[in-house]
Write a protein that binds this ligand. Structure first.
Ligand code: HEC
Ligand code: HEC
Length: 225
């Protein structure tokens, strides 16, 4: 998935250094961010898998990640928030809790990205990426786009995610009775994602969606990665 981001971010522009702050050079920030992104995205995929322990481990890793030495003062507050969100993730108790904590972590990324000039993502380029075959490939890509749009504070990418997941028809193998309700729930939530406008609504729908993916996968023993 990291490769996907490299593709998505290929239009990155140099950050504007303000007259009074001296942020770290762009390449350093980007390399550091790529690392955040890998850890946070690994946590997201662990949750999709229904693997709470793996998600917790990523949270713990991110919470001890040293910040860049020469970041502007104003970033420190946001970095501290990111670290405490990672610590919460490291303490999650079940799948619903872990889904919630991953999205809460994404909210701290989002807050800083919305305030500073965050990652540059081009929804038009992302829309060209092949989805692979089948309903699950679309679910996964759609959910990943929602995550990108959410943590990156990019409304176009969020919208692309809702369109992708909203059209995730296609056949699944015959499902056991017990998980039919989860399938319906996932469809209903995918519809709700398109209607979410505020940051809080987006967070709620993304976290419910992740919990639903994770619950079904863990009940039938599917490994996503
Ligand atoms: C303290 C502020 C801050 C926080 C917190 C933060 N970011 Fe960033 N992020 C930035 C800035 C600024 C950029 C733009 C860097 C540039 O292109 O020069 C950026 C860029 C990125 C990029 C693009 C890097 C590239 O290769 O172009 C990714 C991916 C990213 N952030 C992911 C994350 C994730 C995931 C989190 C949360 C776990 C996070 N960031 C938290 C400030 C932040
Ligand atoms: C009702 C049950 C159910 C729900 C809900 C569900 N899945 Fe799945 N998922 C499955 C089954 C069954 C498989 C294995 C069969 C397959 O690959 O088609 C699977 C496999 C996958 C795979 C592996 C696909 C592959 O080709 O190997 C991914 C990725 C995936 N799901 C993503 C998601 C995401 C993301 C969500 C939530 C938006 C989700 N799924 C919701 C039942 C579900």
């Amino acid at each position: 998935m990291h490769l996907v981001f490299a593709l998505a971010a290929c239009t990155v522009q140099p950050a504007q250094a303000g007259p009074t702050t001296h942020p770290a050079p762009t390449w350093k920030v980007q390399a550091h961010m790529d690392h955040h992104f890998d850890m946070a995205s690994d946590a997201l995929f662990a949750v999709m898998d229904g693997d709470v322990e793996a998600a917790k481990a990523k949270g713990a890793e991110l919470s001890t990640h040293k910040p860049l030495a020469d970041v502007p003062e104003s970033w420190m507050i946001q970095l501290v928030e990111m670290q405490s969100a990672s610590k919460e993730l490291a303490k999650s108790t079940d799948l619903a809790d872990a889904s919630h904590d991953v999205v809460a972590l994404g909210a701290t990324c989002r807050a800083c990205h919305a305030a500073s000039k965050g990652p540059v993502m081009d929804a038009k380029n992302l829309a060209k990426i092949s989805l692979g075959e089948g309903a699950m490939a679309r679910h996964q890509w759609g959910t990943f786009l929602l995550w990108l749009g959410y943590m990156g504070a990019n409304e176009d990418v969020w919208k692309l995610g809702t369109d992708t997941i909203g059209h995730a028809d296609g056949s699944l193998p015959p499902l056991p009775e017990g998980v039919k309700a989860l399938e319906e729930k996932a469809h209903r939530l995918a519809g709700n994602a398109g209607k979410a406008t505020t940051t809080a609504e987006k967070a709620a729908v993304l976290s419910d969606l992740l919990t639903t993916c994770a619950t079904c996968h863990s009940q039938i023993g599917v490994k996503v990665r």
